[in-house]
Design a protein around this ligand. Structure first.
Ligand SMILES: Cc1cc2nc3c(=O)[nH]c(=O)nc-3n(C[C@H](O)[C@H](O)[C@H](O)COP(=O)(O)OP(=O)(O)OC[C@H]3O[C@@H](n4cnc5c(N)ncnc54)[C@H](O)[C@@H]3O)c2cc1C
Length: 681
């Protein structure tokens, strides 16, 4: 099969406009004759479902949580990018496009990324119209901050709860359509298989998570908006329920899997403290706007942070990357944190952590407030002298008081920007980050890989689309911060509503009844798999296997990889998978709420996907973005790409159980950017 990305012709900046003007349309009276299944109601799914229903299509939406409001998107903290240039600091659609292509280490499609940058500006208007309470400046205009890999401020935010506010907006739009009868919402319902008839996606098989009932749903097209698969690593910042089942089962039905090994490791997460953890917590990248990352210069230094003088600290990101400093992209920041820990300079009990320090920002911001309140340096001096007479002729006492007052005001400023993140950190670690630096370490956060899609977001199965984190995405080998929310909402609000019409316009109106043999066969397969899992009478739980898989993935297919380790990982995963199907114990029955069964179904898929990730990492003999192969690095430890051989998307085809997958390549052509060694120095 030849992969056709369906990139429209014409100049980069005109492709999307021309495409929209030339795609086929479904007339308004005919839209109500088409049924569309939307699996997943996070930001990508909720925005798509609401918009398609508003257009007049009949939408059936599914999620496994008890409400769309609980999708993993709710956890997104720091913000969403858009090329609005409100700060007048030189931003533009082209610059956002360029930063994203470069950030992804030149492993994404130019046309898609340009379109993403182009529609980013519409997303903000759409969300503001919905009432999303983005942070505003004193004068009432929308505020922006910076994220990694950019030298402009283009990130819109709602404190540290941007995902929550955006999701409430999309959920509101969706609820309106549910009330209007245009969306049939199925919560606590998990898709377990895709139904393909005559080569087209025509429906899904689901399990009701409360009753265990297996059901079939038919439609004219199916959208998978089911999020990322970072939980293959067991420990990640993802919501506990995030899983790969929907996309993996679609992969087994013919949808190619793009760049499965491209995983994003986020540099600022609360470090692992032991074996007992089931989840890791992100500290948003936005904190690197104000927090400074450092470790002691000396290896094995066990002094508490405040006892380490300035000259004995190594602000290693600022030292190595003076242009971007603490705001280098995530892959670069993560790798450098690993390097300093490998050198024995890590901090905290595990020594696998670095400091993220707000002291300077608190004092700087506090002083700014004092300066505004009391009219500059002289005004502050007058205020302090008249209220604290002991400081009048005592310079040391004056400085101390100035610091004390600055701290009080500065903490308020930091609280306004990041309050909930600081509170979360303190609750988890029992340390007050206003007083002592946070300890952070990289953790798995996002998967750039996913189902391969063309420019229309269609997978290799006609009628099956993938949106949001579930597709192989526009982020190449490394996603820049604040761009996942942008991509999910671009896909749902602005892209699929156009591109799906082009497909449906060619489809007959007839509905396929769920009595069709293809539905019956898929239903039987699902029931048999459940029966097999419940019949196993071994002595290890699903979590035992999930943890074992996660450890292998992290150790050998995590922040850095090498050929020997990857080959070992592949063999270990096969062993764990074989043992899983022999020695698992699930307990309970199907016809009830059975979370062990839910997990077993998901982990069975992770055990297959994990191997594909390793195969993908093994075949890519280069380093790029989040994929760091130790054999391919520059003298100073930066990723060494091989553009002549690997400037392609690796799209893998499933060939059957325990059979090697087939690699298909989508060559990436760069006409508008020059491929260079990524430098943030
Ligand atoms: C802690 C954290 C903070 C983040 N902060 C930011 C940020 O500040 N900015 C940014 O741009 N990005 C951020 N991200 C990334 C971003 O949140 C996600 O990439 C994005 O929200 C994914 O949205 P989605 O709609 O694709 O998937 P999700 O929100 O994961 O939604 C998936 C949906 O699919 C459903 N589903 C899954 N499988 C099935 C199935 N088999 N059957 C039925 N339903 C199913 C789920 O129920 C859910 O409704 C953050 C991520 C994390 C973990």
């Amino acid at each position: 099969m030849v992969l056709d990305s369906k990139i429209p012709s014409g100049p980069l900046a005109e492709k999307w406009t021309r495409h929209k003007a030339t795609v086929k349309l479904v007339n308004p009276a005919n839209k109500r004759k088409y049924d569309i299944i939307v699996v997943g109601t996070g930001l990508a799914g909720a925005s798509a479902a609401a918009t398609l229903a508003e257009l007049g299509y009949n939408v059936k939406a599914f999620c496994f949580q008890d409400s769309p409001r609980r999708a993993h998107s709710i956890a997104a903290q720091g913000g969403i990018n858009a090329a609005k240039n409100y700060k007048n600091d030189g931003d533009s659609v082209f610059r956002l496009f360029y930063d994203t292509i470069k950030g992804g280490d030149y492993r994404s499609r130019e046309a898609n990324v340009y379109r993403l940058a182009e529609v980013s500006v519409n997303i903000i208007d759409q969300c503001v119209a919905q009432g999303v309470p983005f942070a505003r400046e004193y004068g009432g205009l929308l505020d922006n901050r910076s994220f990694g890999g950019a030298q402009v401020s283009r990130t819109f935010y709602a404190k540290g709860q941007t995902g929550q506010q955006l999701l409430l907006g999309a959920y509101g739009a969706m609820s309106r359509q549910i009330a209007a009868g245009k969306i049939e919402m199925h919560t606590r319902t998990e898709m377990l298989d895709l139904v393909v008839i005559d080569g087209r996606a025509r429906g899904i098989i689901t399990r009701n998570l409360i009753t265990g009932k297996i059901e079939a749903h038919s439609a004219h097209a199916v959208l998978l908006c089911t999020g990322g698969y970072g939980n293959v690593f067991y420990l990640s910042t993802n919501a506990m329920g995030s899983n790969a089942t929907a996309i993996w089962r679609a992969h087994k039905k013919g949808a190619f899997f793009g760049n499965p090994c491209f995983t994003q490791i986020h540099p600022t997460c609360i470090p692992v403290t032991g074996d007992h953890q089931s989840k890791l917590t992100l500290m948003s990248e936005s904190l690197r706007n104000d927090g400074r990352v450092w470790v002691p210069k000396k290896a094995g230094d066990t002094r508490p942070p405040h006892e380490i003088p300035e000259e004995e600290r190594d602000y290693f990101l600022e030292r190595k990357y003076p242009s971007f400093g603490n705001l280098v992209p995530r892959d670069v920041a993560s790798r450098n944190a690993k390097y300093v820990c490998d050198e024995g300079r890590g901090v905290g009990a595990s020594k696998l952590a670095v400091y993220l320090d707000f002291e300077e920002a608190i004092l700087r911001e506090g002083k700014k407030v004092l300066s505004t309140t009391y009219n500059g340096e002289e005004g502050i001096r007058r205020f302090i002298h008249s209220n604290f007479p002991e400081t009048v002729s005592n310079a040391e006492a004056y400085e101390k008081k100035l610091k004390e007052l600055s701290r009080i005001e500065g903490e308020k400023v930091i609280d306004a920007k990041y309050g909930n993140l600081f509170q979360m950190y303190e609750k988890i670690t029992n340390e007050n980050p206003y007083k002592t630096p946070m300890r952070i370490y990289p953790a798995v956060h996002y998967t750039m890989g996913g189902l391969w899609v063309d420019y229309n977001l269609m997978t290799t199965i006609p009628g099956l689309y993938a949106l949001g984190e579930a597709n192989f995405s526009d982020h190449g080998a490394n996603r820049l911060g604040a761009s996942a929310l942008m991509q999910g909402l671009a896909d749902g609000y602005f892209i699929i509503p156009y591109t799906i019409g082009d497909y449906l316009a060619t489809m007959p109106f007839d509905k396929v009844p769920t009595s069709h043999p293809a539905f019956k066969e898929a239903e039987e397969n699902v029931k048999n798999q459940i029966k097999t899992l419940l019949s196993l009478k071994g002595d290890k739980t699903v979590d035992d296997y999930h943890k074992a898989l996660g450890k292998i993935m992290w150790d050998y297919c995590g922040m850095s990889r090498n050929e020997k380790g990857l080959k070992y990982a592949q063999q270990k995963i096969q062993e764990i998978r074989a043992e899983f199907w022999q020695n698992l114990i699930v307990g309970g029955k199907n016809e009830e709420l059975n979370q062990s069964l839910e997990k077993a179904l998901r982990v069975a898929d992770f055990l297959e996907l994990g191997e594909l990730m390793v195969i993908d990492a093994l075949h890519r003999n280069e380093s790029c973005g989040g994929h760091f192969r130790e054999e391919y690095q520059t003298e100073d430890g930066e990723a060494l790409r091989n553009d002549s051989e690997y400037a392609y998307v690796a799209a893998w085809e499933w060939t059957g159980k325990d059979k090697p997958p087939i690699l298909h390549k989508e060559e990436l052509n760069f006409e508008n950017v020059k491929l260079t060694q990524r430098s943030y120095k």
